[in-house]
Design a protein around this ligand. Structure first.
Ligand SMILES: Nc1ncnc2c1ncn2[C@@H]1O[C@H](COP(=O)(O)OP(=O)(O)OP(=O)(O)O)[C@@H](O)[C@H]1O
Length: 543
């Protein structure tokens, strides 16, 4: 019996059944004899089919086909495994970011049909993914110009060609039970020979892109979490007394280049900086700027964070990368809540409250951190302490002496830098930066002299911890500063800047508040100068 006769037989059996159902519907009373008749007819029609063994042939044919198919794929997988390897990239690891950047810059990526739309940029700002671009082209900085990127989609397999080789990229979500911390990882199936060159290319592209940003990491639960990236800021955008920022930068550079020197003398290769003083005077800004200049990432650890205790702190500091900036902001707040020599009790502190000048009105916050002074000292230079890092600790206190002597000694905090309220020189420079275009902010000899003079008058100091009381005013040349969008005649702005500086009493307000004031008059420098005196008086009244 050939297949066409089988089909015919099945069809005729089915037709019988259909007719029978129709008859059943129209005469329900006589259904029983007729239905038994129909079942018999169906059975009679199918019997030859059952005994013909053709069904067996079909079954065998199907099974053989499936076995062949499976065999082919298993051989293919074997061949593929022989030549290819599967490389997995974890999200918390840097090579994951290399790969994301590499994929998103690959030409074939632009043709992808399934994408994730994300505001996350893998710490590379606008350099990853396909940026959406400005919606309002007339104003690229407009807030309506959202910064979103098309990224490779999760659970999607992308295939592309790299140097004539076939590459598969699979991005998978890993559910670790906590919906807030779902990781994804990326699997790259690639020929063994090309994996290395692909990774070299991806890492180089990443490093080049990374040079434009500073990456920020925060101590989160039990690991360093990548938090954000900020565009590098030129050193001179932080206006301090002339030469002050340059001196700290040189010190850090010198340290980073002297590993062998430290090793030969058996000195731990670590350097600490304690930046203290008025709030809003540029401490954090300077650290970010230094990180940019030195090509280092910033790792922020908050000592007063809930859940932070001595062992967690030691673990975090020991997991720092070989070259980085570790930042402990407001170190005195940890002190206030119990960081002292013997105990972590918030009520027993050694000496006066370190923060009393700035936080006297604050209600005592609940103690959440379990850091003790000995724990902090151990974390900074104990056995598990990391080598090669620059530690920056900041505080809004007025004097470095609020820190325990053991904490601020050389080897832990090598350089103490005081930040004071704005000097007239700083106020003048800030004014120029606001109203002059960047190309107009050039060094003019006469102006520099003036700048140096005001630096001599003032005494923002940088003190070495070896001689904390020796005051060493720093002199140097000012630098070109970035300009603003509005154009005003340069001589006019220079004259107004000088007037502005004289209207603001020396050391009466912070740079942050001066910046806030000038923001109100972004396009009206004359009004800014006219109103400056009255504003400064109100500010002084507030302090
Ligand atoms: N010296 C400065 N030069 C230029 N801008 C400054 C300076 N100081 C402060 N600013 C501006 O003021 C803002 C706050 O500065 P920043 O956070 O660096 O101060 P801070 O001393 O770290 O303050 P806090 O101790 O309160 O955190 C920033 O926007 C920064 O641009």
């Amino acid at each position: 019996m050939d297949s066409s006769s089988i089909v015919q037989l099945v069809l005729s059996a089915l037709t019988n059944v259909t007719n029978t159902s129709f008859v059943n519907q129209t005469s329900s009373t006589s259904s029983s004899p007729l239905s038994s008749l129909t079942n018999d007819a169906l059975l009679t029609s199918l019997l030859p089919l059952l005994f013909s063994y053709d069904w067996l042939k079909i079954l065998l044919l199907g099974s053989a086909f499936e076995a062949l198919r499976r065999g082919f794929f298993s051989v293919w997988r074997g061949v593929v495994k022989g030549f290819w390897i599967e490389a997995t990239f974890e999200q918390d690891d840097e090579p994951y970011d290399w790969l994301m950047l590499w994929v998103s810059n690959h030409p074939s990526w632009h043709k992808a049909r399934v994408v994730d739309v994300s505001s996350r940029s893998y710490l590379l700002g606008d350099h990853i993914g396909v940026p959406l671009g400005p919606i309002d082209t007339s104003d690229p900085d407009s807030e309506s110009n959202l910064s979103v990127h098309y990224l490779p989609s999760r659970s999607e397999t992308y295939t592309l060609w790299y140097n004539g080789c076939y590459v598969q990229i699979i991005r998978k979500m890993q559910d670790n039970g906590d919906s807030r911390y779902r990781d994804s990882n990326e699997t790259l199936c690639v020929r063994r020979a090309v994996l290395h060159s692909l990774l070299v290319e991806a890492s180089q592209a990443y490093v080049t892109t990374r040079k434009r940003v500073v990456r920020i990491f925060v101590a989160d639960r039990d690991h360093w979490r990548s938090f954000s990236s900020i565009h590098k800021r030129p050193l001179h955008s932080v206006i301090l007394e002339p030469g002050m920022a340059e001196l700290i930068l040189e010190d850090a550079r010198d340290f980073l280049g002297s590993k062998a020197w430290y090793r030969e003398r058996g000195i731990p290769f670590r350097r600490g900086y304690f930046l203290y003083g008025a709030p809003g005077s540029g401490k954090t800004s300077l650290i970010h700027t230094l990180a940019g200049e030195l090509n280092l990432d910033v790792y922020i650890v908050s000592l007063s964070r809930a859940g932070m205790d001595d062992s967690t702190l030691i673990q975090f500091l020991s997991e720092l990368p070989s070259r980085c900036i570790a930042l402990m902001e407001d170190i005195d707040t940890a002190f206030q809540y119990g960081l002292n020599r013997n105990t972590s009790s918030p009520t027993s502190t050694t000496g006066p409250s370190p923060n009393s000048h700035s936080r006297s009105n604050d209600v005592d916050p609940p103690k959440t951190s379990g850091i003790t002074l000995s724990g902090l000292l151990n974390a900074l230079d104990g056995v598990a302490a990391h080598e090669g890092r620059l530690l920056f600790a900041t505080s809004n206190c007025k004097s470095a002496s609020v820190l325990d002597a053991a904490l601020r000694r050389p080897g832990r905090m090598d350089l103490h830098v005081e930040f004071r309220l704005a000097s007239r020189y700083q106020a003048e420079e800030l004014f120029k930066r606001f109203y002059l275009a960047s190309e107009e902010l050039v060094v003019v000899d006469g102006e520099d002299e003036e700048g140096e003079k005001s630096a001599e008058e003032t005494d923002v100091l940088l003190r070495s911890s070896e001689s904390p009381e020796s005051e060493s005013p720093i002199h140097g040349s000012t630098h070109a500063l970035p300009g603003q969008a509005f154009h005003f005649p340069r001589p006019k702005i220079l004259a107004l800047a000088s007037e502005f500086a004289h209207a603001i009493p020396e050391r009466s307000c912070s740079m942050a508040s001066l910046q806030g004031y000038l923001m109100k008059y972004k396009t009206r420098p004359e009004v800014a100068v006219r109103e400056a005196g009255a504003w400064a008086e109100t500010e002084a009244g507030k302090a």
